[in-house]
Design a protein around this ligand. Sequence first.
Ligand code: LLP
Length: 437
Amino acid sequence: MDFGDLVIKKHRLFIGGCDTSELAEKYGTPLYVFDVARAEKTAKSYVDILKREYGDFTVCYASKAFCCVGIYGILAPFGLGADVVSGGELYTALKGGMPADRIYFHGNNKSAQEIEYAIDSGVGCIVVDSLRELELIEAAAPKAPINVMVRVNPGVEAHTHRFIQTTLTDSKFGFSIADGTAESFIKSVVGNRYVHFCGIACHIGSQIFEKQSFEIAIDKMTDFIVRLNSIGIEVERLDLGGGFGIRYIDADSPLTPQEYMSNSARYLKDAVKRKGIKPPRLIVEPGRSIVGEAGITLYTVGAIKTIKDVKTYAAVDGGMFENPRPSLYDAQYTAVVADRADLEATDIYSIAGKCCESGDILLRDIKLPKLGSGDILAVLSTGAYHYSMASNYNRNPVPPVVAVKNGRSVYMIKPQSYEDMTRNDVIPNFAEDSRNA
Ligand code: LLP
């Protein structure tokens, strides 16, 4: 396995200069650990490449991958903006210091309150996904026209897991280019005095490895710009979404973030030239590729159970409440023992979570050095869609996130207590409802 920026010294796994066994000892497990320098490096390289290869652009970090106040303070100084998809993500981004004008508000069913909140906060752009959202903007009667982009569906089938494709012809997202609904909707947006039409947005899927998928999307989107130009509609911005794949297991062979981004930038520059259109401002929204490989999760091994002639389960103190991806998507991971990271893997284990579901298995049939109860297990590439998709299922607290850099560690998200989990719970008292009087 290519360990990326992780380091092994005397068989012990280090992240951000910190010994993972010591982190587990100091903060307890399960624990999410986030390598700040790794995320900064990727974010900076996206910005540097687009400066060099394209010029007019915004890199919007896709908040859904890992949304917490601290991440914006890390990414905003590099000039990144943010893609948010809910009032909660918007609130968190603003609280984290992300300038409002660099925020793009996505999502397929924004509520009236969310639209008003976005307008009041002065977000840079609302990416409209339905006629109802346009009506909600009108109803909010903004004083100055609101910048909007229209989410379109270019009909690109990216090769990735079925559940995370969002741009097939049958999709809950966006207006289809192929059946003409995108064009007719955009005409009505252009004629609406409450909004300023800035451009078009798409997102062809997530965890994509083939650069050709993005090239096809660029072809279809620039063809559509040609079409809009021909009926007198200017397109100032083109949002290509996110989707660059990362490495979870040895068999994954993603391009580097630099390769993905420079390929898309060059391909777009070329398409724009060939088709004679005005170069639009390029918006990209990487999420997973910025934070995914920056994160790991540490667990303590508890019960080990061998079922004769079947398998050996090693149970850990995490599970689907802090990583629902194996049960949702059959997602696969790499695990190492924190203090025997490069020792020979001799035994086969299935790593079970602690939730009351037989499907709560985090890793199936993986080879590891012989495990004992109390061992610390590190699961790699857990920085994206882990904390953000965690729940309190079985009333397990969501694990804290510890940020590491240059051998130092500090909380980025503090531990959740039992009291935190019950803070909003009340025993129903119907006498409080005045209608009962
Ligand atoms: N922009 C838009 C409009 C999106 O819908 C998404 C992801 C992104 C950007 C970021 O894509 P990324 O660079 O992270 O691939 N929960 C799933 C992933 C769902 C992604 C949905 N949209 C998972 O755990 O794999």
